[in-house]
Design a protein around this ligand. Structure first.
Ligand code: FAD
Length: 471
């Protein structure tokens, strides 16, 4: 018999529950990756992330083969073809089991339920494992058994819930050799999966593979963790881990990250403020994954706080295009957007600044920004991106209060005090003094701000004030 493992956003060998449990069956294991053309369009996946996945699959193919696990790949046009394709593969391999790691957005849940039902009807056992979060959705509940809407309370309970769980990452999936008649895919077959889509090669910045993820993790833990609290808000400093692309495609698991912190702090991170702060960010990541399950309306382009749907968002394509291109006349916003467009990644402080500017100063619908981000980010992750946008727009769970609107120029003075980051990404004003660089004077020739920050702020607060929260 054979066990089939369906890989998705879990492109790693270690600490991969689906692979590990399949290997433990003492049967041959075959892995499969199914690419769906329609999903790519439906999810606005970036060309950078697609290429990142392609590069990961090449590495995985070789690494899996060394463990006697052939990798098969398959391409379908529509989501409805996925379940029949998995069934076809399972039957042709004479597989008795199919393992996969859960994904939580609504489309993915429906897809997995369809696979589960179809395979079970044909007598194939399906095992859904959890790897995306350290504490799986549904396990963090308040006294009434309800999900949390506020991060601080969620975090407190999460820390309590995580304690009894095993935090030791799983080892390599060591298994019997698969049926020798099963040939793994060729490298060309992997490239062929993506042939209908544009690819963006950012390998110079973002090498693929779990080995690269471990190297970055080790480097960050050794040199960045302790100073993280003090450095993480300054985009000119490399003060964060830059691990988000690896979490997004699953070449690193959150449990591996947490266990690395535990090892570094000898099991007690409370005395290391940097470590405590970084773990808090990992919990933010989990929080948004849980939100997607507990409040599935967010997967349907709906605001978490229903009453905010009445906000009269502008449909101003001129303002939006200027924002996308990094031509707003606000240097820190322009620098941030140019960083995103050039590298597929943006610093967290800047994500908040540009998202607030788009929603609160330009009054553009947060969904436009959410979509643009996901179409560019190499670390695009539905839950984190939706959570970040709804937070910034004050429409989400735990949202920034609508009256607390960042002034991007003050943020710039505070978090890019010498203008180093702006000078790097907006070279046309690199010559300006530190005083002028955050708000260039008209004679500098830099475009004037596309909106008046003070007037737009007042207008947005007034509009939010008129919205009546449901009780
Ligand atoms: P570090 O500071 O080293 O943090 C470690 C890890 O914690 C990150 O890799 C990430 O997995 C997680 N994390 C950190 N901050 C957050 C946060 N605020 N919310 C959720 N998880 C967090 N993150 C994504 O991974 N994908 C996205 O598509 C995404 N879109 C965002 C959109 C907006 C508008 C905002 C405000 C934030 C978004 N984030 C997103 C969260 C955050 O900006 C990135 O995770 C972070 O910048 C990644 O850099 P890092 O790996 O160096 O993070």
């Amino acid at each position: 018999m054979t066990a089939l493992v369906w890989l998705r956003h879990d492109l790693r060998l270690r600490d991969n529950p689906a692979l590990f449990k399949a290997a433990a069956l003492e049967e041959g294991v075959v892995a499969v990756y199914v690419h769906c053309d329609a999903y790519v369009r439906l999810h606005d996946q970036s060309a950078a992330q697609r290429d990142f996945i392609r590069r990961h699959l090449h590495i995985l193919r070789t690494d899996l083969a060394e463990l006697n696990i052939p990798l098969l790949v398959s391409r379908v046009e529509k989501p409805a073809q996925i379940a029949p394709e998995i069934l076809h593969l399972a039957q042709s391999l004479n597989a008795g089991h199919c393992f996969f790691n859960a994904e939580y957005p609504v489309n993915e849940l429906n897809r997995d339920m369809a696979v589960n039902q179809l395979l079970r009807e044909q007598g194939i056992a399906v095992k859904r494992c959890h790897d995306r979060c350290i504490v799986p959705p549904g396990m963090v509940r308040n006294g009434q058994g309800e999900p949390y809407k506020v991060f601080t309370a969620f975090k407190k309970k999460w820390l309590h819930t995580v304690m009894p769980l095993s935090l030791t990452p799983l080892d390599l999936p060591l298994c019997q050799a698969a049926d020798p008649a099963v040939n793994g895919c060729t490298p060309e077959a992997i490239d062929q999966l993506f042939s209908a889509h544009e690819l963006r090669d950012l390998s110079v910045l973002w090498s693929a593979g779990e080995q690269e993820a471990y190297t970055r993790l080790d480097e960050f833990i050794a040199h960045g963790l302790t100073g993280y609290l003090d450095q993480r808000d300054y985009p000119a400093i490399e003060g964060t881990s830059t691990l988000s692309p690896y979490f997004a495609v699953g070449s690193l698991s959150p449990r591996q990250a947490l266990s690395a912190v535990l090892a570094y702090t000898y099991g007690d991170w409370s005395g290391n403020a940097g470590a405590a702060c970084w773990i808090s960010e990992l919990i933010w990541r989990e929080f948004y994954q849980h939100v997607v399950v507990d409040y599935p309306q967010v997967c349907k382009r709906k605001a978490m706080q229903a009453h905010t749907e009445a906000f009269p968002w502008q449909k101003d394509t001129g303002l939006f295009d200027a924002w996308c291109k990094g031509m707003t006349g606000i240097p820190i916003v322009d620098a941030a957007m140019r960083q995103l467009n050039a590298t597929g990644w943006m610093h967290n402080r800047l994500r908040m600044i540009v998202a607030m500017f788009l929603t609160k100063n330009c009054q553009i619908d947060w969904r436009w920004g959410e979509q643009y981000f996901i179409s560019q980010l190499i670390d695009g992750d539905f839950a984190a991106n939706n959570g970040g946008w709804q937070w910034s727009a004050s429409t989400g769970t735990d949202a920034a209060p609508y009256f607390r609107i960042f002034n991007p120029c003050s943020q710039s003075e505070r978090f890019d005090p010498t203008g180093e980051f702006i000078r790097k990404w907006v070279p046309e004003i690199a010559h300006l003094s530190t005083k002028d660089i955050h708000s260039p004077p008209p004679q500098s020739g830099y475009p004037l701000p596309i909106v008046d920050l003070s007037e737009s702020r007042k207008a947005t607060i007034a509009l939010f004030k008129n919205l009546q929260p449901y009780t």
